[in-house]
Design a protein around this ligand. Structure first.
Ligand SMILES: [Zn+2]
Length: 327
């Protein structure tokens, strides 16, 4: 990927990040240590070898489906309470170094039960890390639980139930994540409707690899307040206005979209058009490790490629503070 400088002005600003996956945002050094502690077999025994397994490298005809394979690797390192607490804590530490003052962290708790942890234990462990992080660093945070496309409906309902159970203990909402091209939103309508009935905040990965209709279903049928990615909206300009009027915010993750080949390049990325047409855009990193990025880099790319001013940057940061589920 093209390396773009991080602008000091961007680094200095207080920032909010809404779309960040825990399992895509580990430190390589921590993965090595967890591998040692938990006897996880890894290729080589150094960060360079590890990097090859879980950091995107330029590849032709890459797809979201292939991209998601990186997570199957990182998930091996997130199967104990210790690992979940530590990585959540370190993520807040890393974010605080960039002046991120508010961060919503998301993950799919069902994927962390290989060693027999209950869903409650998984969520507790991550919340412990988040609470410790909030205590030690100048940052507010909350947890979004992801329903995963491809998993059985019963498991989706369990995520909604546990999000409801933990709503006053650090869980701030639910998401639908995973492979949109293989598992359309329609399949998860029922659990998401129930989440809405329970009054849970809903964000949905939609219009990432899928069509604009997925965004409409998410917003108009399922009451999503935010859309993960949502870049397909560029094909329906009037919808950009409609969503802005409804205060539905887009969590756009530019680098991630280029890596999964839904956008050809930064210059071709629809974020600028959506922003210019009045969309409530926020800029996010999606996955710090897997995409080798962070929010400061992503915001800097908006200046570099689209000549956004620092006021534009401040505006999209404010959009993120305004749309946060953290109260
Ligand atoms: Zn995502």
């Amino acid at each position: 990927m093209e390396q773009i400088p991080v602008y000091p002005d961007v680094l200095e600003l207080d920032k909010a990040e809404l779309h960040l996956h825990l399992d895509g945002s580990l430190r390589l050094e921590t993965m090595l240590e967890i591998a040692e502690i938990e006897n996880i077999e890894i290729p080589g025994n150094n960060t360079l070898a590890l990097k090859k397994q879980c950091v995107y490298e330029n590849e032709e005809n890459f797809t979201l489906t292939k991209f998601l394979n990186y997570f199957y690797f990182t998930l091996k390192f997130l199967q104990t309470k210790y690992a979940l607490t530590r990585t959540a804590y370190e993520l807040l530490e890393d974010l605080s170094h960039e002046n991120v003052k508010l961060a919503e962290i998301r993950f799919a708790p069902q994927l962390h039960r290989i060693n027999g942890l209950t869903l409650g234990e998984v969520v507790d462990a991550v919340l412990e890390g988040i609470n410790k992080g909030m205590n030690d660093f100048d940052i507010k945070s909350g947890l979004i639980l992801c329903i995963l496309r491809g998993l059985k409906l019963k498991l989706a309902h369990e995520v909604v139930d546990i999000a409801d159970e933990y709503r006053d203990r650090g869980v701030i909402g639910v998401d639908l994540a995973g492979d949109e091209s293989k598992f359309p939103l329609e399949m998860y309508r029922h659990p998401l409707l129930i989440a809405g009935q329970k009054g849970l905040n809903i964000t949905i990965h939609a219009g990432e690899t899928g069509p604009v209709e997925e965004i409409k279903t998410a917003v108009f049928d399922l009451n999503a307040k935010r859309i993960g990615h949502g870049i397909a909206i560029v094909k329906d300009p009037p919808l950009i206005q409609v969503l802005a009027e409804k205060k539905v915010t887009l969590e756009i993750c530019p680098t991630s979209n280029i890596q999964t080949c839904v956008a050809k390049s930064y210059a071709h990325h629809p974020v600028n058009l959506i922003y210019q047409k009045g969309g409530l855009v926020t800029i996010n990193s999606d996955n710090r490790l897997i995409s080798d990025t962070n929010i400061s880099k992503e915001l800097s790319k908006m200046i570099y490629f689209f000549h956004w001013t620092i006021d534009d940057i401040k505006k999209v940061i404010q959009n993120a503070f305004d749309a946060s589920f953290i109260k």
